[in-house]
Design a protein around this ligand. Sequence first.
Ligand code: GDP
Ligand code: MG
Length: 441
Amino acid sequence: MDETIAAEATAHGRAAIAVIRISGLAAFEIAGRHITPWPEGHRRATLCTVRDGNGEVLDEALVTTFLAPASFTGENVVEIATHGGVVVPTLVLAALVASGARVALPGEFTRRAVLNGKLDLVQAEAIGDLIDSTSRAMQRVAMTQLDGGLSRRIEELRDRVIGLESLLAYDIDFPDEDDGPIPKSRIMVATGSVIASLNDLLATAPAGELVRNGALVVIAGAPNAGKSSLFNAMLGRSRAIVTEVPGTTRDAIEAVLDTGPWPIRLVDTAGLRETTDVVEQLGIEVATRYLASADAVLACGDTADGVSRTAAAVSQLTDAPVIPVRTKGDLASSLDVNTVSATTGQGIRELLDRVAEVVSERYGRAPADAPILTRERQRFCVEQAREEMVAFAAAIEDEALPASIAAVHLRSAVNALADVTGTIDVEDVLDRLFRTFCVGK
Ligand SMILES: Nc1nc2c(ncn2[C@@H]2O[C@H](COP(=O)(O)OP(=O)(O)O)[C@@H](O)[C@H]2O)c(=O)[nH]1
Ligand SMILES: [Mg+2]
């Protein structure tokens, strides 16, 4: 934290603008050696000339300074918006490094923001999720989390456990109080309600995973059934954010489809048939593996008979709902349900709607603005908190342990919840005790 760090904040390469960010105690001094005129006020963009150590002009740039602690990292920060490309940003960064800055490690600006209390851990994770998001749903969830939605929920749960701790502390410390000891039933009710809330939060983890990974929708069928054409038509018809995962034609090909409430990972697989060709065999194995973990399968065929044979074969390989799809509808004389044509676009929109419907039937409605657990780490901490609360409830119920010993479980639950956001404050329980129990008398 003593070092001043610098890095290109924008993606390196051909672009209109690049932003170089420098943060730390010496940020103003280091940048000041290269920038004239030095901006007069903070948080205001100023057009400046950037020079290297020899006084040679590198670029005209928009420079903004941020005075600690009012910056992203909580430190003094300078943002230099230069022209883009490869050369200018590299030269500017090199000049800053020559004057004493160190090139930042991945995530180091955000790390400093967390260490300086500008963000908690959950919000830092949300920044990562926002940058990596491939769907609107993921972006929404990340924004809610960045806005502190999940952090507030965790905080609220932690407060309730601390409230319970205070009740017990009251019982232990002031047994002769006029009000008498806290009735066991009151503690059991409060504990039960915290456990219920923890369960509610844990129940959001599958949604978090689904938003992150997308629902797996597999296109299956015999070779030549029109699978790849359907794959392309579905991508083309959707307001998709398409991120194609490269693969050979015989491997599975994936893209993220962002049409419905849940993001969808659409997969085009190799044909389902016996083959002696090793590479093709591999492709089929990939298809079988995909089918096993699918959330929905489109069983494709270009004849009514082909559709039903494919649907029957696929049903052996998956538990997911199988949607029969009659392909090459422009050539068909009679129209089955879900008849589509990649050539004319017929039925594609309806098929996309049907897929969204099937996924929603399986997973329910997509989360609106409610906080959800998006990461394994978060789920692990909340599960730990729940286990501690359950252990506490059992100890109180049996009266096997003195309350003061049972309370150790509450402290562990509080710590597990604090681990989610990365804020551990042992003073909390004391604060609460003083506030609600008038110890001053
Ligand atoms: N007329 C017509 N031909 C299609 C349609 N979809 C695919 N085809 C043709 O069917 C053949 C096989 O298509 P392809 O998508 O490669 O099938 P895959 O082997 O299942 O991936 C190709 O010659 C396509 O041009 C369609 O909707 N209408
Ligand atoms: Mg194909």
